[in-house]
Design a protein around this ligand. Structure first.
Ligand code: 13P
Length: 245
């Protein structure tokens, strides 16, 4: 049974963006005076969320880049899912490979963060992806499926988003081929534990840009993109959104 899943184009600014970069929003609105044909989400740094929440067009959703596993308490420097929801966020990225490697986050913590997001009414975007060494040794699918199983709470497929981000494709200019991305997304959908996998949105991330977005986003199991570098440039981000007309 084929389901229509609405595509989602999500920008992850990572640790980039100062007050002056709020201009991005007006450039994006100039490029899209009307609501785009896809869902569009921007995850700027937490320091810009409040200002962007009051200046954004209705069709643009905002998300955090990480959240704590609890909603409040003595955790200096952490930001909770409840705080992100309070600012008007609808989504939060959890388990990005940069947090897995820079901060030693493992599947159990990522799952706890995803649970905290659900509890706060946010949609967690749960990231999975293999390293180059794992791909070259033929383990990519096993690694990624195992991350999916261990990092995802028990919930409806519609309550979460999965992002497949091969580590070797992030910020490198190398992307998975559309065929390899499709194969991995299909494997992830098959591995989804519930009977509602048709509702699961699976994004591709890793050097997506205006030149390769159409080929990747036209794959049947690629339900959108999680875009780093190209999401910092309004013309490039707008051009990726436009491929979904
Ligand atoms: P790039 O698009 O810069 O490769 O980053 C991808 C990514 O990590 C998005 O979360």
């Amino acid at each position: 049974m084929a389901m229509m899943r609405r595509k989602l184009v999500a920008g992850n600014w990572k640790m980039n963006g100062l007050q002056k970069d709020r201009d991005f929003l007006s450039a994006l609105v100039d490029a899209h005076p009307d609501a785009p044909a896809a869902d569009v989400l921007l995850c700027p740094p937490a320091t810009l969320l409040s200002a962007m929440a009051s200046a954004k067009p209705d069709w643009l959703m905002l998300g955090g880049q990480d959240c704590a596993q609890t909603q409040s308490g003595a955790h200096t420097g952490d930001i909770s899912a409840a705080m992100l929801a309070d600012l008007g966020c609808s989504h939060v990225i959890v388990g990005h490979s940069e947090r897995r490697s820079d901060h030693g986050e493992g599947d159990a913590l990522v799952r706890a963060k995803a649970e905290a997001a659900l509890e706060a009414g946010l949609v967690p975007i749960i990231c999975v992806g293999e390293t180059l060494q794992q791909r070259e040794s033929g383990e990519a699918e096993a690694v990624v499926v195992s991350q999916l199983r261990a990092s995802t709470p028990e919930c409806d497929a519609g309550a979460v988003v999965i992002a497949y981000e091969p580590v070797w494709a992030i910020g490198t200019g190398r992307t998975a081929s559309p065929e390899d991305a499709q194969a991995m997304h299909a494997a992830l959908r098959t591995a989804w534990p519930g009977a509602d996998s048709d509702l699961l949105r699976i994004l591709y991330g890793g050097s997506m840009n205006p030149g390769n977005a159409e080929a990747l986003l036209s794959q049947s199991d690629v339900d959108g993109g999680l875009i780093g570098g190209a999401s910092l440039k309004p013309d490039q981000f707008a051009s990726i959104i436009r491929t979904l007309r």
